[in-house]
Write a protein that binds this ligand. Sequence first.
Ligand SMILES: Cc1cc2nc3c(=O)[nH]c(=O)nc-3n(C[C@H](O)[C@H](O)[C@H](O)COP(=O)(O)OP(=O)(O)OC[C@H]3O[C@@H](n4cnc5c(N)ncnc54)[C@H](O)[C@@H]3O)c2cc1C
Length: 413
Amino acid sequence: MYDICIIGGGASGIACAITAARNGLNCIIIEKESKLGKKIYATGNGRCNVTNHNFSNDYDLYYNSNYDEYTSFLNKLFQNGNPDKEIIDFLYSIGIVTYDIDNYVYPHSMQSSSIMWAFNDSLTKLGVKTRLKACVEKIESNDGIYIVKTQNEQFEALNVVLACGGLSYKNLGGSDKGYTLANNLNLKCTDLRPSLCGLITKEDMTGLSGVRIKSKATVFSEFNNVIAVEEGELQFTDYGVSGIMIFNLSGKIGKLLNNNQKAYIIIDFLPDISYETIYEVFNKNNHRKPKAILNSFINDKLSGYIIDNTDFNNITDNNIFNKEYISELIRSLHNFKLEIIKLRDFDNAQVTSGGVSLDIINPTDMSIKEIPGIYVTGELTDIDGICGGYNLTYAIISGIRAGKGIYDKIKSS
Ligand SMILES: Cc1cc2nc3c(=O)[nH]c(=O)nc-3n(C[C@H](O)[C@H](O)[C@H](O)COP(=O)(O)OP(=O)(O)OC[C@H]3O[C@@H](n4cnc5c(N)ncnc54)[C@H](O)[C@@H]3O)c2cc1C
C-alpha cells in the first residue's frame, strides 16, 4: 500500500513525489509515456524557462475561466509571495543551479535535460517507485483506500494525486485522460481551450509568412473594448500570426471567441516613431518610391503588402506624394487591423486553458474539498500563465503543496 499514488510524471507529479518522499512517504508515479517529464525536455526551446522574477502581487499573469477569486487562490498557493525564489531553492535542493536572462530563469546549463537528469536522480535516491508506459484508466475507492487501475495492474494508495497535465502537444504526453479521470470522480471541470498559441486570421497572410517585426498589439472586442495590450516580436505565418507576444494574447482572445464575440488585433509596427517623423521622411525623400521609403522602417514584404492593401483612388506616379495617401500609409503602420477567427489547435498550443475548477480545490494543499485523499495539481487545473516560466512555476509549486499537504495530514492523523 502506498501513501501516495501520483498519476502523471510531469513537472507537477515529480515535484509532489520528491516533496512527499523527502518526508518519508511511500510514493509511486504512474506515467503513460516511456519516460518521465517528456514535456519538460521540450520547454523553452530545450532550455526550460522554469520561472521568472517578474511576479506581480495580484498574479495577473495567470488566467482562469471564471472563478472570481483566482488571484486569492494563487496568493494562498504561493504562500510566501516569492514563487520564483521557491522554484530556484527547490531546484538547488536537487543540485540544479539557475541562470537569469533579464527576468527569465533557466538552468545554468541552458538544457532542460539537466533538470530531468536531476529529477530522475532525486526520485531514485528517495526510493520513489515509477511505472512507465502505464496509463491509469480508473480510480476506485474501498473503505478509505484508493485502487488505481491501469490496463494490466492495480495499485492501492491512501491518497491519489491527479497530475495528468492538459491536452496540449499529444506527442509530449498531452491527452484528455486526466479530465476523464476527474469526470469519473465527479470533479467539476470548465471548458477547455488551447492557449499560448498562434492565431488564425481572416485575412490571408501567406504572402507575409516568415516576416518578423517588433511591434505592439492591442486586442479589441467587437464592441471596441480594449481587452489586452502586449509588445514584442510578431511573426507572420501562412495561417496568420504567431510569436511570444501573440501567444500571450491568445488566452484572452480565446475567451472572446468562446463567448461568440468577434476578436480583432490592431498592430502598431512603429510604436516608438511618431506620425510626424514618418511624414518628414516621406517628404524629404520624394525622389524614392513609397514602398522604398516604407522599407526604411519595416520589412520589404510588409511594405509591399501595405502598399497593395491601402485603398486609395486615382493614385498615379505623378501624384503619389499626395498628403492623404501618405497619411493613409502611415495610418496602416500604426493601425494594422486583423480579425482573428480561430486559435490554433491543442497540438500547437503550449498550454490548455480551463480544467478542474478552482472552487472545489483547497489552495493550501491542492486537495479536493469534498473528497478526502484526492488531490489535483498542475495544468490539469483551471489555471494557465503567460510565457516566461509561469506555467512550470505553477505546476511545480502546486505539486510541492500536495506532497507536503499529504505528509502533514498523515502526520496529524
Ligand atoms: C513546447 C512547449 C514549451 C513550453 N515551454 C515552457 C516554458 O519554457 N516555461 C514554462 O513555464 N512552461 C512551458 N510550457 C508549459 C509547461 O510545460 C506545462 O504547463 C507544464 O509542463 C505542466 O506540467 P504538469 O506536470 O501539470 O503536466 P505535464 O508536464 O503535461 O505532465 C503530465 C503527465 O501526465 C501523464 N499522464 C496523463 N494522463 C495519464 C494517465 N491517465 N496515466 C498515466 N499518465 C498520465 C502525461 O503523459 C504527462 O507526462 C511549455 C509547453 C510546451 C508544450
